[in-house]
Design a protein around this ligand. Structure first.
Ligand code: BES
Ligand code: MG
Ligand code: ZN
Length: 504
């Protein structure tokens, strides 16, 4: 979508449609006041009716009947002024842009929502663009309709009264568009059926993305995995005819600074393996690569934003299938750091492939490592679809992620990583076993991973937030299917990474 900035006098504009944000109980001012007067106080009247009262998620369309150059005004509720937040901006924008698309209008303008609020204009604009572009996402690759017939919005204009803000607004637009592309890339990779997103195909896609955005690209194949004794990923891959891959993307923007490593679980399909899953909803397990999708989307984003940091994205990719050579319950695996693991359940495969890569990441002497994984059904039970599980061995890193979660609306909730849980993973015949029973399933999974890290680390269990069905997690800007969760959160964390403070 083309997004532009326009300044000048609102009554001289000829937009097809202008979006005006209205607070609950607002007395009209600024642009709204001028338009209200031009429309013979029509807005003041409508705001008092129950049909449109400025409440969040409400909207109302007005025709101007030649009283001004603009043809239509879309009023969109911003909720109570005291509750105004970046999340409400994204929600209101998503609601507005959906209704505009439904009208079949191809170009529209936005005034700055809550212009007189405490939120700086660059943040309002950034989050309006994010709310719009993420709301318009559709995964239509497999629909055999005429794609030209789809209702599309080609052009969006930001109207600002003060021309001196133009540069700031333009900068925000371009940042937001880079972030949106990263999120929608992650959504595409996650939504893609596993037959078209094998480890090899994802590695090929990642290479193209790397070449386009200036990232270094490397891929480890089975031979490399054998060299590094990565018994986790090698064994998980044994039940599938698709060879496993580990994609490594590097962004070098930070000189000789120690890197931040991002790791994403990339099970391109999780059948459970020999510990086969029930068939109901098994199709959703194409999303078990969402962590990898998010890491690839985030790497594209940080490269395009040119962040002054060294960031490395690593995604272990494999299928988990019950083929004739599949690994089995009772097998003992030797992992990348030399530890041995007794397999109790082949469906607890994510932690095995992550463990190898977490151990491998140690060679980079990282400032910090963050992993993202659709790791446990237990996380869905614990937190539902409203929060990602956060477990970490480092308070500073935790704090950065929690703040990022609040700002981006990709909220996280902490669970404890106490040593007590490690007891549950003791094996009779090996150093560890790969499951610790049903109680505290999110924590025992993270506790398993903690055996493979020797640096500041945070684990994000995105099992409940990576994709949405018809459940309560749906937001106007998160349509059904993959959400791309984590791209905005991690990008936010990295944009405001205070390495000196953090690494002291
Ligand atoms: N990919 C699943 C976790 C999952 C389940 C994510 C449902 C999203 C929705 C993971 O590999 C898995 O199967 N975990 C098992 C672990 C168990 C065997 C200890 C689980 O959660 O049931
Ligand atoms: Mg599994
Ligand atoms: Zn899995």
């Amino acid at each position: 979508m083309e997004i532009k900035v326009d300044t000048g006098k609102i009554l001289e504009k000829n937009y097809e449609l202008l979006v005006l944000g209205i607070f609950e109980g607002e007395k009209n001012y600024g642009v709204n006041g001028i338009i209200d007067n031009a429309l013979d106080k029509e807005i003041s009247k409508i705001v008092k009716t129950p049909e449109f009262n400025g409440k969040l998620k409400k909207y109302c369309l007005l025709k101007t009947y030649g009283k001004m150059g603009i043809n239509r005004i879309l009023l969109v509720g911003l909720g109570k002024p005291e509750d105004f937040s970046l999340e409400n901006i994204r929600i209101a924008s998503g609601i507005a842009i959906h209704s505009i698309r439904d009208l079949g209008i191809t170009s529209c303008a936005f005034s700055i929502m809550g212009e007189k609020s405490k939120i700086p204009i660059e943040k309002i604009v950034e989050n309006t663009v994010i709310g719009c572009e993420l709301a318009l996402y559709q995964f239509n690759l497999y629909k055999t309709m005429d794609h030209d017939q789809l209702k599309k919005i080609n052009k969006l204009t930001f109207f600002i009264e003060a021309p001196e803000s133009e540069d700031v607004v333009k900068k925000s637009i371009s940042i937001a568009q880079i972030i949106d592309k990263g999120v929608n890339l992650a959504r595409n990779l996650s939504n893609m059926p596993s037959s078209d997103a094998t480890p090899t195909q994802i590695a090929e896609k990642a290479e193209k993305i790397a070449n386009k955005s200036g990232l270094n690209f490397r891929v480890l194949g089975k031979k490399d995995m054998e060299k590094f004794s990565m018994g986790g990923i090698i064994n998980v891959a044994r039940g599938s005819s698709q060879p496993p891959k580990i994609v490594i993307l590097e962004h070098n923007g930070g000189g000789d600074m120690r890197p931040i490593v991002l790791i994403g679980k990339g099970i391109t399909f999780d059948s459970g393996g020999i510990s086969l899953k029930p068939s109901e909803k098994m199709e959703e397990m194409k999303h078990d690569k969402a962590g990898a999708a998010t890491v690839i989307g985030t790497m594209q984003t940080v490269a395009q934003l040119n962040l002054p940091l060294n960031i490395i994205g690593i995604t272990p990719l494999t299928e988990n299938l019950p083929g004739g050579s599949a690994y089995k319950p009772g097998d003992v695996l030797k992992m990348c750091n030399g530890k041995t693991v007794e397999v109790i359940n082949t469906d607890a495969e994510g932690r095995l492939i992550l463990a190898d890569v977490l151990a491998y990441a140690s060679r980079y002497k990282p400032q910090a490592v963050i992993d993202l994984a659709t790791l446990t059904g237990a996380c869905v039970i614990a937190l539902g679809s409203f929060a990602t599980g956060l477990l970490s061995n480092d308070d500073d890193l935790k704090r950065l992620i929690m703040i990022g979660g609040e700002t981006t609306g990709e909220r996280v909730w902490e669970l404890p990583l106490w040593d007590d849980y490690k007891e549950l993973l003791k094996s009779d015949i090996a150093d560890l076993k790969n499951v610790g029973g049903r109680p505290g399933g999110v924590i025992t999974a993270a506790s398993f991973l903690s055996n493979f890290v020797d640096y500041p680390w945070a684990h994000l269990d995105i099992a409940g937030t990576a994709w949405m069905q018809n459940n309560a997690g749906l937001k106007p800007y998160n349509p059904k299917g993959a959400t791309g969760v984590g791209v905005r959160l991690i990008t936010e964390v990295l944009r405001f990474w205070k390495s000196k403070e953090f690494c002291s």
